[in-house]
Design a protein around this ligand. Structure first.
Ligand SMILES: Cc1cc2nc3c(=O)[nH]c(=O)nc-3n(C[C@H](O)[C@H](O)[C@H](O)COP(=O)(O)OP(=O)(O)OC[C@H]3O[C@@H](n4cnc5c(N)ncnc54)[C@H](O)[C@@H]3O)c2cc1C
Length: 425
């Protein structure tokens, strides 16, 4: 019998299990899928090099992910660390220089900085959309419809949620303080390789879909579809989307404050469409292409690789991700192609060799992209993270107030929950 059961073998679950395992605690991880990594998932067959379908970047040179990267001797690619942004707006592509010279260029990326100033001055908690309407001095020049759409798209891909759905107070809890200046490292062998290395030596049961967690001050019995596991404690790293859907029954139900925290947070949607072409039709002069179109943001997953294939990734969040998620894959691919054709002014369908569509909100074991805090929800991440008695502990990106929505935030949360469980024993 395990001392501790960890539910979920994503970054948070693996971090928790490693922390316990290294301290001699008997730990078993129950994972619904047949792989580790959760929202970190690399494709090795769409190009000659790894292409990320989930998490892609290591955001900062000081973040917890590096302790794994260094320990496992993995390589990184840092070409996107001097990111070159180009823009598609007013029905044309703007080069990096011209993009930066557009009169409202900086404002597109600045709602957080402006919100921070307002919060310091004691401003109200309200949605980013409402704040933008109230900030009469926000835009250097009267914003065009395309300026507004660029801001919406930049925000949605970053937060997996639209400006109407995110509250200022909760958004500002996530400071990412101390993470570092350089924010776009890729794993040379892919994120999946990192998570697989982190899983080495850990007892993981795959295909273990947890349906019920019976708990008391004496311990837990975790029921999967076809088995049950007992332990003194459990660390729950289920994604917020799964918790909100009620797919796992807690018996007795979680305390009211915990349930309120689950409901007060937002489980936003995010998706990727990856397209491999027969040849390049774009200039290799950008890291990121921000558009006014539903595909929001494009990049080159092969950037900086000697074997970089002609592959482009579209990355989109919020309502646009929901719309793509309602389409069959073929239709989503056609929409993405139409966006590219509009930007590059040529027919591209005959050049497509392969494609992948992943809408994380449709994934049955995630049901979300990553978390955000709606208006009025500040404080809920901490409430979600709190243990219940000395039995149930909670980790996962949504429980990290300072560094949510990241792999390193998930790792940190797993280590935190493991230490809480150890202390409570
Ligand atoms: C498209 C996309 C791009 C991203 N890009 C980046 C990036 O560039 N950089 C970055 O740092 N972060 C990025 N993120 C965020 C990052 O991937 C997540 O914050 C992090 O991976 C979450 O880890 P976790 O352990 O909290 O959750 P998860 O990885 O979701 O792990 C939870 C685990 O629980 C399992 N599970 C679910 N239900 C059950 C059940 N009933 N029984 C048993 N197991 C169950 C799941 O299968 C999963 O393995 C991105 C996320 C997405 C979706």
């Amino acid at each position: 019998m395990a001392d501790v059961i960890v539910i979920g073998a994503g970054a948070a679950g693996l971090a928790a299990a490693r922390e316990l395992h290294e301290r001699g605690v008997a730990v078993t991880v129950l994972e619904a899928r047949d792989r580790v990594g959760g929202r970190a998932m690399t494709s090795f067959d769409v190009a000659p090099h790894p292409v990320e379908l989930g998490a892609e970047f290591v955001h900062g040179e000081n973040v917890a992910t590096w302790s794994w990267i260094e320990r496992f001797g993995l390589g990184t690619i840092d070409d996107a660390n001097q990111p070159v942004f180009v823009t598609y707006a007013e029905e044309r592509l703007w080069s990096a220089g011209d993009s930066a010279r557009r009169s409202n260029a900086t404002a597109i990326w600045r709602p957080e900085a402006r919100a921070r100033r307002e919060a310091q001055e004691g401003g109200p908690d309200r949605s980013v959309a409402d704040a933008l309407k109230a900030w009469t001095d926000y835009w250097p020049a009267k914003p065009s419809d395309d300026d507004l759409r660029l801001l919406r798209n930049a925000f949605a891909e970053l937060h997996a949620a639209d400006i109407e759905d995110v509250g200022i107070a909760g958004m500002l809890e996530a400071t990412y303080e101390g993470d570092g200046e350089h924010t776009h490292y890729r794993l040379a062998d892919g994120y999946s390789a990192l998570l697989e290395r982190a899983a080495e030596g850990v007892d993981i049961r795959f295909g273990a879909v947890v349906e019920r967690i019976a708990w008391s001050s004496k311990g837990v019995t975790v029921h999967t579809r076809d088995s049950r596991f007992q332990a003194g404690q459990a660390i729950v790293t289920l994604p917020l989307g799964v918790l909100q859907a009620g797919d796992v029954e807690f018996d007795p139900p979680l305390p009211a404050e915990k349930q309120a925290a689950i409901e007060a947070l937002g489980a936003g949607n995010i998706g990727k469409i990856v397209l491999r072409f027969r040849e390049r039709f774009w200039n290799e002069d950008f890291s990121f292409l921000l558009t006014t179109l539903p595909t929001q943001l494009w990049w080159r997953p092969g950037e900086g690789r000697p074997d970089g294939a002609p592959v482009l990734t579209a990355f989109f969040g919020g309502r646009d991700a929901n719309c793509f998620g309602e389409m069959p894959d073929g239709e989503a691919i056609n929409h993405a192609l139409r966006d590219l054709e509009a930007m590059y002014g040529r027919e591209l369908a005959p050049l497509v060799e392969d494609a992948r569509v992943v809408i994380w909100g449709n994934d049955p074991y995630t049901k979300m992209g990553y978390s955000h805090v709606p208006t009025g929800g500040a404080g809920s991440r901490d409430a979600l993270a709190l243990p219940v008695q000395a039995t149930l502990f909670f980790a996962g990106e949504a429980t990290n107030r300072v560094r949510p929505a990241t792999v390193h935030g998930a790792i940190e949360s797993g280590v935190r929950a493991a230490r809480e469980a150890l202390e409570a024993r």
